[in-house]
Design a protein around this ligand. Structure first.
Ligand SMILES: C[S@@+](CC[C@H](N)C(=O)[O-])C[C@H]1O[C@@H](n2cnc3c(N)ncnc32)[C@H](O)[C@@H]1O
Length: 346
């Protein structure tokens, strides 16, 4: 949507039951019960500070006059939030594209699939980490122990219900860990077999002190395997939209966990990150959040979107904090390659 160039990545809710991903950005509830997060921007599945439904919907009702053209709704698990259908309705009424990120389980409820189609949602990104059910469910456990099978069933249900319709586009998002670099290609093949439209392998982002960092984070010695896996994926010519060709190189460049400069970064310019408590940040990166002065802290709570997101904020700046924490943002800014070519000819 070129006249409305802003994208919001909106982490809508904190809760994400019944899935409990071991590596989640939101951290582990058991850890947070003992030591609740205290830093600005730190997420938690058990945060008591989520905006109320009426606050979320009041903000959404002001979106029509803003420069926001696309909202990527993530979570927690947004499709389990009671206000989700009202929220999507308001966003679509404002003429804004909607991408829903889901753990895939709610797609087994026919009413959810019907509503996603009826509301003309533009894309649904389903998370799945491995072609091997056991491997996947070790990283993304569910209470019933059938996570992988339920996610694949939900994805198939959505694709089947869409039938010949163009939308929603359906994609798989897969977290890449050092133990499962071969899944970069295998998951692409599964996405194609399922009839998905796009596929994004996203490198795991864990802080140095995370208990799973030694086991799962990519290391410098993994770079050749990672490069080879991405090369094989792009060479496979699968009938899928993949992230832009520059993305694999960006991913590999962040593995050594140093920072570099992102020239003309979209963070805080055309992309903003909104958290469940309403906080608005330039980017998901804790480096960028930590570098935000208190005077620049903003919220959607009680705000008018037309004022808060009136236009791109000046020129895209060079950000010196490009790192493993933010490289996953690049495919998000590329959704026009998935959604818009068809939309513009519709
Ligand atoms: C936080 S989830 C929220 C949306 C939804 N509940 C889901 O499961 O997709 C959004 C995406 O972030 C990914 N993710 C979570 N923690 C991550 C981490 N530490 N590193 C990389 N990706 C992560 C998930 O796998 C998922 O694809």
């Amino acid at each position: 949507v070129t006249d409305r160039p802003l994208t919001l990545l909106w982490a809508l809710r904190s809760k994400c039951e019944p899935m409990g991903c071991t590596y989640c950005y939101y951290g582990l509830p058991d850890v947070h019960r003992i030591a609740p997060p205290t830093k600005a921007g730190q997420l938690s599945h058990i945060s008591p500070n989520d905006l109320k439904r009426r606050e979320v919907l009041a903000f959404a009702a002001t979106l029509a006059g803003s420069a926001v053209g696309r909202i990527i709704i993530a979570g927690g698990e947004a499709l389990d939030w009671p206000g989700i259908l009202e929220l999507i309705t308001l966003i679509k009424q404002a003429g804004i594209e909607v991408v829903v990120c889901t753990n895939g389980l709610p797609l087994n409820r026919p009413v959810i699939v019907e509503k996603l189609l009826a509301l003309d949602v533009d894309a649904v990104s389903v998370s799945l980490d491995s072609t091997d059910p056991e491997d996947n469910d070790a990283l993304r456990p569910t209470r019933n122990g059938r996570g992988w099978h339920d996610v694949v069933a939900g994805t198939k249900a959505l694709i089947a219900a869409r039938g010949d319709a163009e939308f929603p586009k359906v994609g798989l998002y897969s977290v890449v860990t050092r133990q499962r670099i071969d899944q970069v290609v295998l998951m692409g093949r599964l996405a194609a077999e399922l009839g998905a439209d796009y596929y994004v392998p996203q490198p795991i982002a864990l802080e140095d002190d995370h208990q799973l960092h030694p086991e799962l984070s990519l290391r410098v010695e993994d770079k050749p395997r990672l490069e080879a896996a991405f090369a094989e994926l792009y060479a496979a010519q699968l009938p899928l939209v993949l992230p832009a060709r520059a993305y694999p190189g960006q991913v590999v460049s962040t593995v050594d966990r140093t920072t570099s400069t992102a020239r003309g970064c979209f963070g805080g310019h055309t992309l903003f990150f909104v958290q469940p408590d309403g906080a608005v940040w330039d980017c998901v990166s804790s480096l960028r959040i930590d570098a935000t002065p208190a005077t620049a802290h903003r919220t959607i709570r009680g705000a008018d979107a037309a004022q808060l997101f009136a236009a791109p904020r000046g020129c895209a700046a060079d950000c010196p904090l490009f790192s493993y924490e933010c490289v996953n943002m690049w495919p998000l800014t590329d959704f026009h390659r998935i959604i818009s070519p068809a939309r513009s000819t519709a």
